[in-house]
Design a protein around this ligand. Structure first.
Ligand code: NDP
Length: 449
């Protein structure tokens, strides 16, 4: 690694020693862009890397709300506006008890690279709260969302910052957030949030986009290595938005999904996961995945007992981590390799630890990196924004076709970068390099800001 890169990493570590996820994301990117940085000695003088890893702005705020018992609860809200280099800040909101500044910053940092890869004019941001939606009534969710937006509204806008969903924030939450924004602003700014219901400005196929996009990317990656999804066994972690629609599209390409999970454990169904049942349990009843075996007694429920999810011990050709960061550890990577996995597709953000990614690559496993492989969600959000601006709707087929084309372009960009910079077949490096080149060019062009 060059001295400049080393110094940037060392300074980042010193300044952010209590933010491990953020440092992990930064190190992962900086470790792969050396060949580009070496070709541009002028970057050091203009502190290009230092500026790229420092968020433009972080907002942290109090979110007081009243629960059903009449007690006041206080949560902490965040919005990390990381980069507006190539468009308005754009990135989801996460409601989960684990949310803290480090996780918000890592997600915001990843988002600028991901958004650059889409080829669309969107900057990078992330936000959320340590609020836990699990077990809350609809009214509690609404009161929380309204309080959250009562502060957030002053920092966002359809040309400023456009939030969307993420873990714990789906169509219901986006609806409550949008309603409160509209009420405060007394204006119908349809493009201020994405992931809206289609009945008030959402895009068809946005719900499906991240999962579908992941499979489109996987299809292209396998094709480049003379392989396909047809007849492959697939295991998926998570049973939320990304996992469900990745499962649906994997089936459409002739693969068989045999396992899915939630944070408590996983189910293994050798006959193929009954996706309609998963959707009912998770989306309608908001229940636990263990309930699957009530209807399918032949399936097996394996409870999670430590940090290594049981889902990665199941034999599979393709593994799709679609739950959360660092869910696929070195131990899990070893189990997957031992069982003959050929490809891993990151649906979640940074689901593989750095050690796991390196182990998979060293053992010839194809890795579809999150920044590229799960970019279909935000790309479709940008398509939603453009429909809102045009006051027009595309059909489901039109959006899906655009999404497919974007994912093909993203894969090609990753491949071109990995071929050009001597890391052929390493799409983790390819994605970082392709996005970095674009961001660096924009940063140079815009001067010291
Ligand atoms: P959802 O809230 O819909 O689903 C999350 C799923 O992951 C649930 O099954 C949840 O299980 C599981 N999960 C959450 N936290 C943990 C944990 N600590 N350990 C194990 N399992 C966990 O979220 P999404 O599907 O929207 O998001 C999943 C991932 O994909 C996230 O990393 C997100 O950032 C990323 N992503 C999402 C996009 C989108 O469009 N939605 C776009 C790009 C990336 P449980 O019910 O037990 O909590």
């Amino acid at each position: 690694m060059s001295l400049y890169l080393e110094n940037v990493i060392e300074t980042a570590k010193r300044k952010n020693s209590n933010e491990p996820e953020y440092l992990q994301a930064v190190e992962e990117v900086l470790a792969t862009i050396k060949p580009v940085v070496d070709n541009h000695p002028e970057y050091e003088k203009i502190a290009l890397l230092e500026r790229m890893i420092e968020p433009e702005r972080i907002v942290s705020f109090r979110v007081p709300w009243v629960n059903d018992e009449g007690n006041v609860v206080v949560n902490r809200g965040y919005r990390v506006q990381f980069s507006s280099l190539i468009g308005p800040y754009k990135g989801g909101l996460r409601f989960h008890p684990s949310v803290n500044q480090s996780i918000m910053k890592f997600l915001g940092f990843e988002q600028i690279f991901k958004n650059a890869l889409t080829g669309l004019p969107i900057g990078g941001a992330k936000g959320g709260s340590d609020f836990d939606p699990k077990g809350k009534s609809d009214n509690e969710i609404m009161r929380f969302c309204q309080s959250f937006m009562t502060e957030l509204y002053r920092h966002i806008g359809q040309d400023v910052d456009v939030p969307a969903g993420d873990i714990g924030v789906g169509g219901r939450e986006v609806g409550y957030l949008f309603g409160q924004y509209k009420r405060i602003k007394n204006a119908y700014e349809g493009g201020v949030l994405t992931g809206k219901d289609v009945c008030y400005g959402g895009s068809l196929a946005r719900t499906e986009a991240t999962g579908y996009g992941l499979i489109f990317f996987m299809r292209e990656m396998l094709k480049a290595h003379n392989n396909s999804l047809e007849g492959k066994t697939v295991t998926i972690s998570g049973s939320g938005n990304v996992a469900i629609y990745a499962c649906q599209k994997a089936y459409a390409y002739g693969a068989k999904v045999v396992a899915m999970s939630d944070s408590n454990g996983c189910i293994y169904d050798e006959n193929g996961i009954d996706l309609e049942l998963i959707k009912r349990i998770k989306e309608v009843e908001r229940g636990r995945i263990s309930e699957y075996t009530k209807t399918h007694p032949n399936a097996q429920y394996i409870e999670r007992t430590d940090e290594d999810s049981p889902v990665w011990k199941i034999k599979t050709d393709i593994a799709l981590p679609c739950a959360t960061q660092n869910e696929l550890t070195l131990n899990s990577a070893k189990a997957l390799v031992e069982n003959g996995v050929i490809a891993v597709g990151e649906g979640a953000n940074m689901p593989c630890t750095i050690e796991a990614t390196n182990y998979l690559l060293e053992h010839g496993v194809l890795v579809a990196p999150a920044k590229a492989a799960n970019a279909g969600g935000v790309a479709t959000s940008a398509i939603e924004m453009s429909q809102n601006s045009m006051r027009y709707y595309y059909t489901f087929e039109e959006v899906e076709e655009k999404l497919d084309r974007i994912m093909v372009n993203i894969f090609n960009a990753c491949k071109e970068a990995s071929d050009t910079y001597g890391c052929c077949g390493n799409y983790v490096a390819g994605a970082n390099i392709a996005a970095f080149r674009k961001l660096a060019k924009a940063m140079k062009a815009q001067g010291v800001v």
